[in-house]
Design a protein around this ligand. Structure first.
Ligand code: SPV
Ligand code: MG
Length: 435
């Protein structure tokens, strides 16, 4: 009997197989039988970007390649489990993972191979004009309204909790789009963006009282959409008059916004974090339910979500009122419920979520843990929350940094002293991708 054929393993987290992948496979074939792991959807989202093809389609396209002997689904971006199970003689990968967040995966592979004496083969990564074009095309597709809009719903069904970060400009959009971290033995990034009324107003030096009108908000959305692919949740304030709301629903849906969150206040809206320190009026259940129903009635796709935001806890109207409203708003057609609180601890949020989630497990709950910021995503998930919004942190981090720079220049009558805290000029001019 001959020696057993060697096993060569590689993992693909891609929608489109291009020349670079084929080069890796051709090299792999020289060492033995090639097994390809196709990364599952949930990990694609955390590590790379949203898949434009289903897992089944991605598996089928790899199976069809002549160099490939076996295809499996890799369930985690790190290789601990897959290597322990498969024990391939070789893992093969392009050499482009030596720096940046990918280097954590490389370290993980080397560590795991060492457990049983497997070897890593690295081949020069192919990145030419054709590969770049394919890469750009996938990104452009993801940015298109038709493909972007439905992605929030899909994420809600795909991952334990959708992590959304506030954006108010193209630049903050880029941060939401591109920031990837390595931690807890994995990689992570934000799933969605929140265009906050507070931060969109603050960025214009205006109060958060629905003064910045929808035309201006649309300008912000457009700036963000121009440079990102992730789904957008818009803070639509009170939604205004029902007669106006229906037109705005149509516009926002057409633009590719995934969800709007409308709060059940009326009259002059003030920011919720003022709570009862200022006069704020909650809408009647009947009128707000009619607004939700009117919005749902005019939208054209099944993708677009209208999420009802309940202000009962903010306005100290009690848990029963909050729950009664949640029931009425979902009956009116709301696709999700956002429950807000300005308490320092999450007890009332947990109480609401536990009761509502038990009653209506299929309606996603959205929360904004600004004041009860000690709460973890894991805890929120355990109470049935599906979307967490970090609603203002980018704006609040930028303001003190800018103020410190301004003060330092005034104090020193020059810019030298602040320079070491600033992003190098070289970096800022390469921050923005050129076409
Ligand atoms: C916003 O970000 O504008 C919000 C959330 O509506 S909060 O500021 O907490 O009311
Ligand atoms: Mg707001």
């Amino acid at each position: 009997m001959g020696e057993r054929r060697k096993i060569v393993y590689t993992c693909f987290c891609t929608d489109i197989i291009h020349e670079g992948h084929r080069n890796v496979l051709r090299e792999a074939q020289k060492y033995g039988d090639v097994t390809v792991g196709v990364l599952c959807d949930a990990e694609m989202v955390r590590y790379n970007r949203f898949p434009t093809r289903t897992l089944e389609e991605r598996v089928a396209q790899v199976k069809a390649l002549p160099e490939v002997a076996h295809v499996i689904v890799q369930k985690e971006i790190m290789y601990d489990h897959v290597l322990a199970e498969l024990q391939p003689d070789y893992v093969i990968h392009g050499d482009n993972w030596k720096s940046g967040p990918d280097s954590a995966i490389r370290r993980n592979v080397i560590e795991n191979l060492a457990h049983y004496g497997g070897r890593l083969i690295e081949v020069p990564y192919t990145y030419n004009e054709a590969v770049k074009k394919i890469d750009d095309r996938v990104r452009e597709q993801l940015a298109m309204p038709e493909l972007r809009r439905g992605r929030l719903r899909r994420l809600i069904n795909m991952i334990p909790i959708v992590k959304s970060i506030e954006v108010h400009s193209g630049l903050t959009g880029l941060i939401a789009e591109k920031t990837v971290v390595e931690h807890d033995g994995g990689l992570d990034q934000f799933d969605a963006m929140w265009i906050s009324s507070l931060c969109d107003s603050t960025d214009r030096g205006k109060p958060d009282i629905e003064l910045v009108d929808m035309t201006s908000r649309i300008r912000t959305i457009d700036d963000v959409m121009d440079v990102t692919t992730k789904p957008i949740i818009l803070d639509a304030d009170t939604g205004g008059l029902i007669e106006h709301f229906v037109y705005n629903v149509r516009t926002l849906e057409r633009m590719g916004v995934s969800a709007i969150i409308v709060e059940d206040k009326t009259g002059l809206k003030k920011n919720s974090l003022f709570g009862t320190e200022v006069t704020q009026t909650q809408d009647t259940i009947e009128h707000f339910a009619a607004k939700i129903a009117a919005g749902k009635n005019v939208q054209r796709t099944d993708d677009f979500m209208i999420i009802a935001r309940i202000e009962s806890l903010i306005l100290e109207k009690g848990m029963d009122d909050a729950l009664a409203r949640a029931r009425a708003y979902t009956t009116a057609g709301a696709d999700g419920i956002m429950i807000h609180s300005r308490k320092k601890d999450p007890a009332e949020i947990f109480e609401f979520c536990d009761t509502f989630h038990a009653e209506q497990p299929d309606i996603p709950i959205v929360v904004v843990p600004t004041s009860y910021n000690q709460v973890t995503e894991q805890e929120l998930t355990a109470h049935g929350v599906k979307v967490v919004i970090y609603a203002n942190q980018l704006m609040r981090s930028a303001f003190p940094a800018m103020e410190t720079a301004a003060k330092s220049i005034l104090v020193h009558h020059r810019a030298k002293e602040i320079d070491e805290q600033l992003m190098p000029i070289k970096q800022i001019i390469t921050l923005i991708d050129e076409l």
